[in-house]
Design a protein around this ligand. Structure first.
Ligand code: NAD
Ligand code: DAU
Length: 353
């Protein structure tokens, strides 16, 4: 048996692939375009591993997708591939439309053609799992109930609008053509191998490099944080027991303001890698121009996946963030390798220095 994942050289996809190989004997085929966010260093432990096959390809390339699916005949496809950074989507939405909408459409068409040709038993067992985000639901007012699966779609950024479009395509391919799809909408992830354009790894690495810690606006925006390996275990569970056509919200019940997150990181670094001058890393915090259209608050109601599939996160924010900070302290080489010329250009465009 084989599963095919897309975007498995990115942050969540690579964690999923590494966990999969550690926990299952089933082959995993990993298809990734290797954009700036895809990183083969993360997959180095799997070099020459017979259970893992890596293929560089674009999900928007129908010929490549047909060929791969025909070659590996997967029992499931898990789609992680996406352009994923909100700030990049504001500066240049084109790639987000191309991968997150056209790419998902192309992958659905390839999956559907393959699925239609399967015999009854593998056809009934086949799954197309689409990994999506809580950002499709928009922004919550303070005190408003957390997002359930029935919350209206109200995406506010080019990124979340492109993910919302992809969710609608996935839904339609089920209702119209019968493709057995599953959609997951998850809150903010953090953990090992997180690309340093995102809040948590950016703050850890900037702090250690003696750079400023750029908090957008007043830092009072709220995100609901989930340790990445908990997201991976939720996806495995949905793949195993989710009902085709259903969507499942995934979250950690860890609502924090951005400023709280940054201060927690500073505290852990003060404890584990104190500054030479004895001062706190929090002295490096600077308040910078806010993100345009910045969503104020996300919060996930994950009661459906707990009730129906028995999934719960293993980590609290306190345990997960401690592990994460320690991982970045223990793996300086990983971050050094991903900080390419492209990354440096991006930092210059976004932060001006
Ligand atoms: P990421 O940006 O770290 O990785 C994305 C991966 O997809 C990269 O390896 C990249 O090379 C690959 N990719 C991009 N375009 C491609 C294409 N056209 N064809 C094939 N591969 C392509 O993203 P991530 O944070 O790991 O997110 C993975 C998925 O999870 C995304 O769909 C994202 O929307 C969703 N998600 C992310 C979070 C989060 O907090 N990071 C939370 C909820 C949902
Ligand atoms: O909610 C799920 C989403 O979480 C995923 O779908 C996205 O792919 C993922 O990137 C993430 O989106 P966010 O925009 O919430 O994550 P980001 O790490 O970019 O920012 C988290 C918060 O921190 C957000 O309110 C903006 C703020 N921020 C971010 C950066 C990079 C800062 O204050 N300063 C920064 O330099």
């Amino acid at each position: 048996m084989t599963i095919l994942v897309t975007g498995g050289a990115g942050f969540i996809g690579a964690n999923f692939v590494l966990d999969w190989v550690a926990q299952s004997n089933e082959r995993i085929v990993n298809v990734d375009k290797l954009t700036y966010a895809g990183n083969l260093h993360t997959l180095a432990p799997l070099a020459n591993h017979t259970q893992h096959a890596f293929v560089r390809a674009d999900i928007a390339d129908r010929g490549a997708m047909d060929k791969l699916i025909a070659q590996y005949r997967p029992r499931a496809i898990v789609n992680f591939a996406a352009e994923s950074h909100v700030d990049r989507s504001i500066l240049g939405p084109g790639e987000f439309i191309q991968t997150n909408i056209i790419g998902v459409f192309t992958l659905l068409e390839a999956a559907l053609a393959y699925w239609k040709g399967l015999d009854a038993e593998p056809q009934a067992a086949f799954r197309f799992l689409h990994v999506s985000t809580d950002e499709v639901y928009g922004s919550l007012a303070p005190g408003a109930p957390a997002f359930t699966e029935n919350h209206r779609y109200e995406p506010n950024s080019p990124y979340s609008a492109s993910k919302a479009a992809s969710d609608h395509l996935v839904r339609a391919w089920h209702h119209t053509y019968g493709l057995p799809v599953l959609t997951t909408n998850c809150s903010n992830n953090y953990g090992p191998y997180h690309f340093p354009e995102k809040l948590i790894p950016l703050m850890i690495l900037n702090a250690l490099a003696g750079k400023s810690l750029p908090v957008y606006g007043d830092g009072q925006q709220i995100r609901d944080w989930l340790y990445v390996r908990d997201h991976c275990s939720a996806i495995r569970r949905v793949l195993e027991a989710g009902v085709p056509g259903q969507t499942y919200n995934i979250g950690g019940c860890n609502e924090k303001t951005n400023l709280e997150v940054v201060r927690t990181i500073c505290g852990l670094l003060d404890e584990n890698a104190p500054r030479a001058d004895g001062k706190s890393y929090s002295e490096q915090i600077t308040f910078v121009k806010d993100r345009p259209g910045h969503d104020k608050r996300y919060a996930i109601d994950a009661s459906k996946i707990e009730r129906e599939l028995g999934w719960k996160p293993a980590e609290t924010f306190e345990s997960g963030i401690r592990k994460t900070v320690q991982w970045y302290l223990d793996n300086p080489g990983w971050a050094k390798d991903v900080i390419s010329g492209d990354y440096r250009d991006w930092v210059h465009k976004q932060y001006g220095t």
